[in-house]
Design a protein around this ligand. Structure first.
Ligand code: PLP
Length: 409
């Protein structure tokens, strides 16, 4: 039996995002890149900002002995200090280098945090719809995922969170700007959530961590400023990365920052450093630590994502599809329209499939690729990712309209 049962199960549940991306790859081989409209994967297509590339080049050119050696598992002291400055400015706290750990992206950071804070069976609350990989990361560390529905506008339903808290709740993940809804949680909602967590902690003796996952913090539209979160609640931790904001997802660089006011801080950070080591990351990539320490204030051309958001919502309006207007990130979560009675199921679907799977397969027939909402724990919706060139969105419009017309009958 070469593969463990848990892995077999994970392979079966394997991410819809990857599945649709693979479908897109096959279609592109068959019909050519220009004829396939792939909105499946959140892979930023903008080039990294020149300031970051310059910092990376100068890191490569460093001739100092030990530049490529092992380092402390938490990262270079100067990189921890630079990220502490970033977290302090963004979250209205006074973080120091010792409050930060450099990680292998936000995904590495989340795994390090769960390894450190989750006892077997502990619960981690996620707001549904949620980034599908959370369930795997929580399961990696023998935690139990507890999903709580978002409010109808995809903001946090604080009452529903309050009802889901138990003495076994280790953490709640707060992802804003959100993947897949594009929602940015307003400060008032975060304060209300913090109050609920504090009340729960005071009554049962265990304060759940507020785990802020914010790789999209810099990608916000319509002049919205993503609010600070850590200063709302002492037991808070932020994880983030430069994957999306600076278009370097392949370089795997991120960080964990703890609220300086968090209880048992030394043990917690020591735990993160240990977990970074024993999960096999050892440390975050050395060159990228140097690059982001210099270049973290660089900005990608976010206005381009905003223009694409506008382009895509116009295409969906024209096709008559309902959606929640994204405020940030580069995802749009739209509602699957009602299908005409008696219509044949698209190829590759069975009656057991949810409408979003059937609609995604139907869109695929029109060479449009999106990810079914079931991949985010939320059937009935489709996620379209618009980090694709404007020409692709423009060309996709008529195909989306045609697909919808054929679907609704
Ligand atoms: N969190 C969310 C909400 C994401 O969407 C992603 C990636 O898509 C990650 C974390 C992981 O990002 P990274 O590439 O930095 O590991």
């Amino acid at each position: 039996m070469p593969v463990a049962n848990a892995v077999k199960l994970n392979l079966e549940r394997s991410s819809w995002i990857r599945k649709m991306f693979e479908e897109g790859r096959k279609l592109k081989e068959q019909f050519g890149d220009a004829n396939v409209f792939d909105f499946s994967l959140g892979n930023p297509d903008l080039e990294p900002p020149p300031e970051l590339l310059k910092a990376l080049k100068s890191a490569v050119d460093t001739t100092q002995t030990g530049t490529h050696s092992y380092m402390p598992n938490a990262g270079y002291p100067f990189a921890r200090a630079a990220m502490a400055q970033k977290v302090s400015e963004e979250h209205n706290v006074s973080a120091k280098a010792e409050d930060l750990v450099l990680t292998v992206g936000a995904a590495g950071a989340l795994n390090v945090v769960f390894k450190t804070i989750v006892n077997p069976g502990d619960e981690v609350i996620v707001i549904r719809p949620y980034f599908a990989e959370y369930s795997f990361y929580i399961d990696n560390h023998r935690g139990t995922i507890v999903s709580v529905d978002a409010a109808p506008d995809f903001s946090i339903d604080v009452k529903a969170v309050a009802a889901a808290l138990t003495p076994g709740t280790a953490a709640i993940i707060v992802n804003s700007p959100n993947n897949p809804s594009g929602r940015i949680y307003p400060r008032a909602d975060l304060e209300a959530l913090a109050a609920v967590l504090a009340k729960h902690g005071a009554s049962c003796g265990r304060f759940p961590y507020m785990l802020v996952d914010e790789p999209y913090r810099d990608i916000a539209y319509d002049g919205i400023k993503v609010p600070a979160v850590l200063d709302t609640y002492a037991e808070s931790i932020v994880v983030s990365s430069f994957s999306k904001s600076l278009s370097v997802p392949g370089e795997r660089i991120g960080y964990i920052g703890v609220n300086p006011a968090i209880a048992d801080k030394k043990n917690l950070v020591d735990g993160f450093v240990m977990a970074n080591r024993i999960l096999g990351f050892v440390n975050a990539p050395a060159l990228m630590q140097r690059a982001v320490s210099e270049g973290w204030r660089a900005k990608a051309d976010i206005a381009r994502y905003e223009r694409r958001r506008n382009q895509l919502v116009a295409a969906l309006d024209a096709a008559g599809i309902e959606y929640s207007r994204p405020e940030g990130a580069f995802y749009l979560f739209c509602k699957v329209p009602a299908r005409k009675d008696g219509a044949q199921l698209p190829p590759g679907c069975t009656a057991a499939d949810t409408p979003d799977v059937a609609f995604a397969m139907h869109l695929k027939e029109h060479k449009v690729l999106g990810v079914p909402g079931i991949g985010f724990g939320y059937p009935g919706y489709i996620r379209l990712c618009y980090c694709v060139p404007e020409t692709v969105i423009a060309a996709a419009g008529p195909s989306i309209a045609k697909a919808v017309a054929a679907w609704v009958g």
